[in-house]
Design a protein around this ligand. Sequence first.
Ligand SMILES: [Zn+2]
Length: 141
Amino acid sequence: MIKLGKYFSLEELTVTHENLDNTPGVLATQKLKILVQNLLDPVREMYGFPICINSGFRTLAVNKAIGGATKPISQHTKGEAADLDCADNARLFYLIRDHFNYDQLIWEEGDNLQPDWVHVSFKAEGNRNQILKFKNKKQVA
Ligand SMILES: [Zn+2]
């Protein structure tokens, strides 16, 4: 196991159900470390319970296979984004919104009480702190 920070490993951040190689390059690996150490680790610390990564880095082939965003290209392909799932995704969403610096924070699917998962991205520079809500893969708020 290769740790990227205190709580998250490279294996967790490169998980895929596709039967495709999903090994990040040097630059994407650096960005995953930045994502973990500046955002995911401190978020996990404040949340206080385990957080599952449904999807972190994706190669272009994996992103295409699962129907990930292409225009603009998903930040998952750069090692800048992760899809998070935990016992209380709404609490996680608001905790990130209220206490952290991020590029994009997305309430994914679910209903008004709980998202099915939380997408969050982080960049070394130029974070937009943009909040989005998606339902049926369309932006609704
Ligand atoms: Zn995502």
